[in-house]
Design a protein around this ligand. Structure first.
Ligand code: FE
Length: 585
């Protein structure tokens, strides 16, 4: 019998105590503490890992503790200074090791895992270059508040200091990236440091790093693992009723309210839609908030900001109240200063860009139902008509843009075809650049789909590793990566990881032979176009060389067949699409 953690509030569903297996609960079952949907729960463990005294090492205790606290994957490359921990992973069948071809991929995978589940996975590398190669992926996790456990080998204790082979000041290196950063110097600290690291990763929503000297990894040691139950506070934070009432009163007075939903509200689409319908308000999302509701719902009017719709810009600009839920007011979202009610689990996000009318610090899963009870039903027929009109104008524009006759193929047409063909419960991973821009603007998500991206760091190369992690988490769902020739070529060696582990990810490369976004920026800023052109291999041939499926698409009439073929394959696929680099013609 297993235990499941609500990644929103830390409530533990214990099958033994409840008498029902988690799977037996209906899909619409909600967390009894914070009201979050069933999908926010992650499986923790079945039982304790047995450690036999005299036969185990510090590394075995580390791994046993990680397993007991629900860590299922270790991504990395073995090397000189991590051999002890790597061998402990090998010996334990409750943990899966995924070998990657570059440590950056390991960190991206762990970051993506945290974004999708709310629970950490681990990455494990050697000292020095292995550790430094993690940096970009870990910064991605750090800025997007994704929980990750990073383990690195270090030199034998007596060699640390004088400047030995592969020695860097590892602790100083990780300090700005992490919420917790320690070196395991003695066997007696093992359980304390590992549990503290996982706790910090989860509760501080970031990267915890433990450096483990090579000789410490091998010390003969046994210790009782610490149970997960009783080690975490419940995080279901709420606000006093008078504040929620104040927010409800402001909503009741509003003539033109707009709901703005960010990534923090991604699982609360039903509650947001219920509120939107009751008060007649359009729903706008941030880029990362896409998919919170079915985007074909008449009240959803598009994203706001750089990739936003004309409808959302108009409605936000002409609103008299913004109800902002789980959004940290990124400067890419460009929310204007308006009378605002804000709900956020991060107290520092409240009033971040400008003072708000009512700031509600807490879980939107908790607060939204209470707010819902206090607001008055207010059907505004004229406002609804306006919302419909603006949404229709935007959809008509997108349709017009998606001209399927032009060669090279327009990115808008590729997005349209993918929009029609991708499964309703697909997991979509984005890269950074033109490809992501077009997805954010032109793709209309279903709430059963999931999408992750490198939000704040905006790093290229996130798409493929994130797809690998997504396919591990959701082996039965379609995993689609939308990437560019620039981003993909940064991490392409790890397409081999997909093939080797039989992860049937579908990689769509918008191959415009350019750093397209930068080419646009040079044009806008009146620089001559220079050094954005990319010299590429035949990505489809590369896919076949790796042992996967490769499909080349040169003309628009080949596209739908290629997409069908890719999506129905049970192997990893690269679809290399010759794409128009021009944004608008
Ligand atoms: Fe909960």
């Amino acid at each position: 019998m297993g235990k499941y953690r609500c990644t929103v509030c830390n409530y533990i569903y214990d099958e033994d105590e409840e008498g029902y297996t988690f799977d037996e609960l209906p899909d619409n079952w909600r967390c009894p503490v914070c009201n979050s949907p069933k999908i926010t729960f992650v499986y923790l463990s079945e039982e304790k890992v047995e450690l036999k005294e005299g036969e185990t090492s510090v590394s075995d205790v580390i791994i046993a503790q990680m397993i007991e606290w629900g860590i299922k994957y270790v991504f990395g490359l073995p090397g000189t200074s991590s051999l002890g921990v790597v061998d402990a992973v090998r010996k334990n069948e409750n943990l899966t090791y995924i070998q990657v071809r570059h440590e950056q991929t390991a960190a991206f995978m762990a970051s993506a895992y945290g974004k999708l589940t709310g629970h950490p996975a681990a990455c494990l590398t050697v000292a020095g270059p292995g550790a430094t190669n993690l940096a970009t992926g870990l910064y991605d996790a750090s800025l997007d508040h994704s929980p990750v456990l990073a383990l690195t080998g270090m030199l034998t204790r007596q060699l640390i200091g004088p400047g030995s082979f592969q020695e860097i000041d590892q602790q100083a290196f990780f300090e700005p990236i992490t919420v917790y950063n320690k070196v395991l110097m003695s066997e007696n600290q093992t359980t304390t440091l590992i549990t503290k690291a996982i706790k910090h990763a989860i509760l501080d929503k970031g990267v915890a790093h433990i450096g483990i000297p090579k000789d410490v990894q091998e010390i003969s040691y046994t210790a009782e693992t610490m149970p997960f139950d009783g080690s975490f506070p419940n995080n279901a934070i709420n606000q006093p009723m008078f504040l929620i009432l104040k927010a409800a009163q402001a909503i009741n007075q509003a003539e033109r309210p707009v709901i703005v939903s960010g990534f923090g509200a991604i699982n609360q689409g039903d509650a947001l839609l219920e509120l939107a319908e009751k008060i007649t308000a359009p729903i706008v999302t941030t880029f990362r908030g896409k998919g919170v509701v079915n985007e074909d719902n008449e009240l959803y009017v598009g994203s706001h900001g750089d990739i936003g719709s004309t409808a959302s810009t108009y409605l936000v600009l002409n609103s008299d109240l913004l109800i902002v839920v789980g959004s940290s007011f990124s400067d890419m979202t460009h929310l204007p200063e308006k009378k605002t009610i804000q709900i956020d689990i991060d107290p520092l996000a409240i009033g971040k860009q400008f003072p708000v009318e009512v700031g509600l610090y807490g879980n939107c899963a908790e607060i939204l139902p209470q707010l819902m009870d206090l607001v008055q039903e207010n059907k505004k027929d004229q406002y609804l008509e306006e919302i419909r009109k603006h949404k229709k104008e935007w959809l008509d524009l997108l349709d017009e843009e998606a001209d399927g006759k032009l060669t090279p193929i327009r990115p808008q047409y590729i997005i349209k075809v993918l929009n029609d063909k991708i499964d309703d419960d697909a997991v979509i991973t984005l890269d950074t650049g033109e490809n992501g821009w077009w997805f954010g603007r032109n793709f209309w998500m279903k709430k059963t789909q999931k999408m992750i991206m490198s939000g704040y760091l905006g790093t290229m190369g996130f798409g493929l590793p994130a797809a690998l992690a997504a396919q591990l988490i959701y082996p039965d769902r379609q995993v689609v990566s939308i990437t560019g020739d620039g981003g993909f070529s940064m991490v392409m060696a790890d397409f081999l990881t997909a093939v080797r582990n039989q992860l049937p990810v579908k990689i769509f490369i918008f191959n415009n032979h350019q750093l397209g976004m930068i080419m646009q920026e040079q044009m806008v800023e009146k620089y001559p176009n220079w050094e954005t052109e990319l010299y590429n291999p035949d990505f489809a041939a590369f896919a076949r060389d790796c042992g996967g499926v490769g499909i080349k698409v040169k003309t628009p009439d080949e596209l739908t067949g290629a997409v069908d073929k890719a999506l129905s394959s049970d192997e990893p696929v690269i679809v290399d699409i010759e794409t128009d680099p021009q944004r608008f013609i």
